[in-house]
Design a protein around this ligand. Structure first.
Ligand SMILES: N[C@@H](CCC(=O)N[C@@H](CS)C(=O)NCC(=O)O)C(=O)O
Length: 205
């Protein structure tokens, strides 16, 4: 087993999916949370000048999605066939589209535009994306399973992770999305995930 060292700011952000994957696969790793001051020193030593990056036996892998997909492939959470891996990639793509809209609304500097973007997010964007997630879940799992195949994959954890912030902030409720709600509950009750959710450091993002 290689020695894994994950580097990111003290938050969930682009690193949390990898942490959830490590938890699900029960893999030991160093969870290095770098402060702004430390980052100024670390940045010039990195491949892309960005975090997260994963050190694997001394070799550096940047890019949050590349890291998560690598961990998933190495530890049986990427999908069991090439088709399943592609289906999981679909979910990751949809997650990235939704994340982009969430980030744009949250970090909009113009207050009027921000209010408009947040209203659109709540009234249009979230309902549309949640409907897509539910359609895929229902098609795959007869309403009580996983996004891809018959077992946990990176896709389940990606959706869980992405919806964490808006749900925890009260911006989003799954009350009208029973399938997604029960999926979320199921993922949070997987013992290794439940343990990580309980012990992970608190952070807003
Ligand atoms: N596409 C990259 C984006 C990475 C990225 O933008 N990281 C930000 C934090 S979320 C960062 O390192 N900012 C500090 C900097 O650019 O110096 C990924 O998904 O990993």
């Amino acid at each position: 087993m290689p020695t894994y060292k994950l580097y990111y700011f003290p938050g969930k952000g682009r690193a949390e999916l990898s942490r959830l994957l490590f938890a699900a696969a029960c893999i030991q790793y160093e969870d290095n949370r770098i402060s702004g001051d430390e980052w100024a020193k670390v940045k010039p030593t990195t491949v892309t000048g960005k975090m997260p990056f994963l050190d694997v036996d001394g070799a550096q892998l940047p890019e949050g999605d590349a890291i998560a997909r690598y961990i998933a492939r190495e530890h049986g959470l990427a999908g069991k066939t090439s088709w399943e891996v592609a289906q999981a990639d679909v979910i990751l793509g949809v997650c990235n589209d939704l994340r982009k809209e969430m980030v744009q609304a949250h970090f909009e500097k113009d207050e009027k535009l921000k209010a408009e973007k947040q209203t659109k997010l709540g009234k249009e964007t979230f309902p549309n994306y949640l409907a897509v997630f539910e359609k895929i879940l229902n098609k795959n799992s007869n309403k009580d399973g996983y996004f891809v195949g018959k077992s946990l994959t990176i896709a389940d954890l990606a959706v869980y992770d992405l919806l964490d912030f808006p749900i925890s902030k009260g911006f989003l409720s799954l009350e009208n999305n029973a399938t997604l709600k029960s999926h979320r509950q199921k993922i949070s009750e997987i013992p290794r995930i439940a343990e990580w959710l309980k012990k992970r450091p608190a952070s807003e993002f």
